[in-house]
Every structure is written in structure tokens, then in C-alpha cells.
Write a protein that binds this ligand. Structure first.
Ligand SMILES: [Zn+2]
Length: 312
């Protein structure tokens, strides 16, 4: 099969709706994935989106001309709806009977994603009226609906459209490319600063901001040191960051027999004593040895100077 895929708008002055997100961005996000998935299934695809346009009519007519001159078998125009912020759901438009046969299965697949069913609808959109082959116009969902924008996922939407067009064929999503995430970078820098490293390498993590198994493993290690649940929950993450702050920012003074909790457990990790969270006995002795070695007064009181040496 040869498909003509049209990513709605994206040719000023032909620009789309703007709500919580921009229609222009979403039609490209979905359209490029539809093209990739159809090609992965062995179909030919012609991108009918014009690079520029002199007017809205020019933009629409260029899309149809590309589809008609490329002899595509099916034309699909991808759009997003916008209304009053409260209306939500998915709908597929057609103009001919052959288009109607395509519209229903595509809608059925989109409905599996949980959208409100706005049905298939017959209408005289320019691109439906001026293309020679069976054609549909998909209004995936509403860019100004918080519900729809929360539910919307470009890859799942593209998969649904492709499954609807091809009679259920699906293409697994490519492994997402890990991009640098400032939150992950901050975590990696913090773990390195605390000298908590992967058990396997014993070396600092790469500070690349990319989430990976090593960063995850070291984060779990730190939580275990703090005596927290190593599971990935909001509560456990919050407790971990509070414990980190108590060491790196607050630097609360620990006096012999008067310290208890995650900061003490961290101290014990650094000084290789048993992690019982209680600042007493062997741990105090280990601190005094450490203080002597660092040229500090060996008083066993972990204050700013000692914290400053442990976690510069
Ligand atoms: Zn549109």
C-alpha cells in the first residue's frame, strides 16, 4: 500500500489550534511516527505536508496535489481539535463511502486509548473533497482539554492510527532515546559528591543526566544506607532528599550518644562501621580517628568542619 500522510497545518499562514499544547507540534509528533510505523510495516509513504504556503488555500491544495500526483492509495490528514476547554474526545472525518470504511477502524483503535467517542462524521473538509483516493481526517483529541492532553501520547496515537489503517498491524515503539534530564544530572552529581558509587565499579557515575541502571542502582544503595525503602516512590525519594539536605546543607551537629538517623547511618557508611544509625561507641572512635587524620581536633563532635571534610 502507498499512504499519503498529511500533518495538519505547519505551513504559515496555515497554523493550527493552540490550547494546552500546540496543534502544529502534535500533528508532527503523531505524523512522523505514523510514517515511521507504516514504513516499518513495509508500506510506501508520501509525506503530503507542504514546506511552505502562500495562503491557507495554497497550503491545503498543495497537500492534495502531492497526494493526487503521487498516486497514493489512501490519504490521511492528522489534526487536533480545540473548542471550549471542556469538550474532549476523538473523531474521524470522511467524505466518501470508501473513506467511511477507513474512518471506523481508525476511530475504534483510537477509542482503545480511552478517549470520549465523538464518532465518525461526514464532512466536506477541503483535503477530503480535493483528494482522489479514499481519505480521512483524524481529529485525534482536543489540544485545549486537560483530560485529553493528560491521556495523549504521540506514539500510542500513531500506533492506533496505523493499526486502524492496516487492519490491526502494530509496530513496537522504538526504545526511547535517553535524553539528558536535569533531575537525573542533579542526582548523579549528588551521589558522586556523597561518594556513593556503583558497587560493581567503585567509581563515580558518569554525570550525563541520562537515567540508566547504574544511576538507579546507586540511588537504591544510598537509600539503603539511609535506612529507607529502596523502592521508587515519591515518599521514599522525598525522604532521601531530606536526608541528603541534612548532610549537605543543614550539617546538623552530631554529639556522642546524641545522634540518630540517616545522617548517622551515612557517617557509618563513610567510616565503615555498622549501620545502626546511632552515634555512639565504635562510630565515635572512628570519627575521632578520622578527625586526627584530617588535622581536626579529635573531639568526636561531628560539626561543620568534620562534615566539610567528609562532604566538601
Ligand atoms: Zn487542524
Amino acid at each position: 500500500m502507498k499512504y499519503g500522510i498529511d500533518m495538519g497545518h505547519n505551513a504559515p499562514p496555515d497554523t493550527g489550534a493552540v490550547g494546552i499544547k500546540k496543534e502544529d507540534d502534535l500533528t508532527v509528533a503523531v505524523g512522523t511516527r505514523v510514517i515511521g510505523k507504516l514504513q516499518a510495516l513495509g508500506h510506501q509513504v508520501v509525506n503530503c505536508t507542504p514546506k511552505s504556503a502562500a495562503s491557507v488555500v495554497d497550503s491545503l491544495s498543495k497537500r492534495c496535489t502531492t497526494a493526487n500526483t503521487s498516486d497514493v492509495d489512501v490519504f490521511v490528514s492528522i489534526h487536533f481539535n480545540s473548542y471550549n476547554g471542556r469538550t474532549s474526545g476523538t473523531e474521524v472525518w470522511y467524505s466518501s463511502g470508501s473513506g467511511q470504511k477507513l474512518a471506523q477502524p481508525v476511530l475504534n483503535e483510537l477509542l482503545k486509548l480511552g478517549y470520549v467517542n465523538r464518532g465518525i462524521k461526514q464532512g466536506n473538509f477541503y483535503v477530503l473533497a480535493h483528494t482522489d483516493m479514499p481519505s480521512i481526517l483524524v481529529e485525534c483529541c482536543f489540544v485545549d482539554s486537560a483530560d485529553d492532553m493528560k491521556r495523549f501520547d504521540p506514539d500510542k496515537t500513531a500506533s492506533a492510527i496505523v493499526a486502524g489503517l492496516t487492519g490491526g498491524q502494530t509496530v513496537p515503539s522504538p526504545t526511547p532515546i535517553a535524553v539528558s534530564d536535569p533531575e537525573v544530572l542533579k542526582l548523579q552529581q549528588t551521589l558522586n559528591r556523597l561518594k556513593v558509587y556503583p558497587v560493581t565499579t567503585g567509581k563515580p557515575l558518569a554525570e550525563d543526566g541520562k537515567p540508566g541502571p547504574q544511576t538507579k542502582q546507586v540511588k537504591q544503595r544510598l537509600k539503603t544506607i539511609f535506612g529507607l525503602s529502596p523502592t521508587e516512590t515519591v515518599a521514599s525519594d522525598q525522604a532521601m532528599w531530606e536526608a541528603i539536605t541534612s548532610i549537605t546543607v543543614d550539617r546538623a551537629v552530631l554529639r556522642p550518644n546524641h545522634g540518630y538517623g540517616p545522617a548517622v547511618r551515612y557517617l557509618q557508611f563513610r567510616l565503615n562501621t555498622a549501620l545502626d544509625g546511632l552515634y555512639a561507641g565504635v562510630t565515635v572512635k572512628a570519627v575521632m580517628t578520622y578527625q586526627s587524620a584530617q588535622g581536626l581536633s579529635a573531639d568526636g563532635v561531628v560539626g561543620p568542619a568534620t562534615w566539610g571534610k567528609l562532604v566538601p
